[in-house]
Ligand binder design. Structure first.
Ligand code: PMT
Length: 223
């Protein structure tokens, strides 16, 4: 066990995109690289936590000192997170697909003269909301909000709707370079208010977030 402010704690982090199969060769995805979530997992491990990182498909190396569970779809991520519970802290940094299609068993063929296929979407389980309402709820549940406008207002709504303790809101509008990039500008939203951080590397966001989490846990245990 590594000494540090989170030693003896189990932290579950989700990271990366999910891939939702259309058929055996095609999928729907998003632009998440996993950089932010992986940096958080590494920072939590460096702070002494036992870390389970549940990661969608990314090209990053596994962060040092973390148990990594690799998944593809939102439903697989949901199952892996439930298998990893109980935990002291859950941090949902993954860009989980809100919807999936009912995947075809065989490759959809392009037939001469046929019209383009149409897909109807089915809602995926909401991992964050489910963890926040679980009977084995971690003491601290932290979500992200990726927004392109009204960042703080939408983050506040997500905090309440999903039942979490903290939301890390980030602006992912075109030109922000947050999806896939190396830097992030985060706002920490809780029922107590908003703390806005300047733009910094994703590693620095991770270290600061893990530091705040350790403080919140220590405060909640103070006599
Ligand atoms: O991976 P990078 O390239 O480093 O980019 C980082 C990031 C932009 C992906 C990351 O900082 C971020 O914002 N992650 C959350 C992306 C997202 O899907 O946000 P959302 O606002 O759609 O979802 C809100 C929260 O609910 C998130 O914590 C998400 O993990 C969670 N969620 C959403 C849908 C779902 N079905 N299950 C979930 O758990």
């Amino acid at each position: 066990v590594k000494a540090g402010p989170l030693s003896g704690r189990h932290v579950i982090v989700t990271s990366g995109p999910t891939h939702e199969a259309i058929d055996p060769v095609r999928y729907i995805a998003n632009r998440s690289s996993g950089k932010q979530g992986h940096a958080i997992a590494a920072a939590a491990a460096a702070a002494g936590a036992r870390v389970t990182l549940v990661s969608g498909p990314v090209t990053l190396p596994d962060p040092k000192g973390c148990a990594v569970v690799r998944v593809e779809s939102a439903r697989e991520m949901f199952a892996a997170v439930n298998d990893a519970l109980p935990a002291d802290v859950f941090i949902g940094a993954a860009a989980v697909a809100d919807w999936r299609v009912e995947a075809a068993a065989h490759k959809i063929k392009k037939e001469q003269g046929a019209s383009a296929p149409a897909f109807s979407l089915v809602e995926n389980p909401d991992i964050l909301a489910s963890v926040a309402r679980a009977s084995r709820r971690p003491r601290l549940v932290v979500g992200f909000a990726a927004e392109t406008r009204d960042v703080i207002a939408h983050a506040r709504q997500k905090l309440n709707r999903k039942g979490c303790d903290l939301i890390v809101a980030n602006d992912v509008s075109e030109g922000s370079g947050v999806f896939g990039g190396d830097a992030n500008e985060a706002h920490l939203v809780s029922s107590g208010g908003v703390e806005s951080w300047p733009r910094m590397s994703k590693e620095a966001v991770a270290a600061r977030l893990v530091g705040r989490i350790a403080e919140i846990i220590a405060d909640s245990e103070a006599p």
